[in-house]
Design a protein around this ligand. Sequence first.
Ligand SMILES: NC(=O)c1ccc[n+]([C@@H]2O[C@H](COP(=O)([O-])OP(=O)(O)OC[C@H]3O[C@@H](n4cnc5c(N)ncnc54)[C@H](OP(=O)(O)O)[C@@H]3O)[C@@H](O)[C@H]2O)c1
Length: 263
Amino acid sequence: MILFRRVLLAAMAMLITAPIFAQGEMGAEAQNAVLITGSNRGIGFEFVKQYSDLGWLVIATTRNPDSAEELNAYAADHDNVVVERLDLLDHEGIDALAAKYKDQPIDVLLNNAGLMKGPEKSQMVGTIDYDEFIRTYRINVMGPLKVSEAFYPNVKKSDHKLMAALTTGKGKRGIPVPGFSLYKTSKASLDAMQLEIALRWTRQGLRVVTLLPGRVLTHGETDAGGTNAIPIEESVAGMIKVMDEFPIELTGTTVQWDGELIQ
Ligand SMILES: NC(=O)c1ccc[n+]([C@@H]2O[C@H](COP(=O)([O-])OP(=O)(O)OC[C@H]3O[C@@H](n4cnc5c(N)ncnc54)[C@H](OP(=O)(O)O)[C@@H]3O)[C@@H](O)[C@H]2O)c1
């Protein structure tokens, strides 16, 4: 946390000619835009609500808009929220959505969606289900990469130029029990892929951050393990702040919801 703040201050001083915009300081003419995957529930839906409250145009994507009742009801009440279909397994569909929005700058591309489950035998070494292995990697690694490739031109032409993805586990200190191997290793691959994206596009002015939301109880769990769960509103507000302040010098790194830089 302290390290991140120190680096942030130094970076902000260096960026005196290219200031990072605070929300609401963009001028009346430009409406910031965010595209969020997995918007229909959990952390994704909370991102929709908080970015909508900030006055951003929210392109709220979900793999099945027809059954996204809460999201559709929310969008019906909020002019700045539009619901679109995006399935991470459907690359043609992703390209078609990018073509539909080809003239729309996207300030923040938020790869939130993921297959998050376990513990289960199919993810346990000794009884790995290899079909599930492929499906998990297609959703958690190839999907976000395809979204980043498809919407790169939109991000490049925006003011904020930020690509983010949600990961899990503090580096090597991931979920410390068996039964989550596909989830954990797919997210480790996502982390590595984020670094590749940063290597490729930081010279074009893009900022690439991988976000750690903390433990957020999105599946109806109770906090039986103790006190380490974070209220969803707090986690999402923290991640929005991290993205808003994220300096290009830190591109490719992972930052927790509260600003702690993860090494
Ligand atoms: N909650 C936590 O404690 C925690 C901790 C660390 C990291 N994360 C990460 O944070 C992100 C959000 O977490 P969450 O708790 O909100 O997860 P969640 O409640 O399980 O929601 C997952 C979202 O991803 C969507 N999704 C799944 N497969 C998809 C596909 N093929 N195409 C498009 N969307 C798909 C789901 O859509 P459907 O409703 O259609 O299935 C849902 O909207 C995930 O990437 C997760 O790994 C969460």
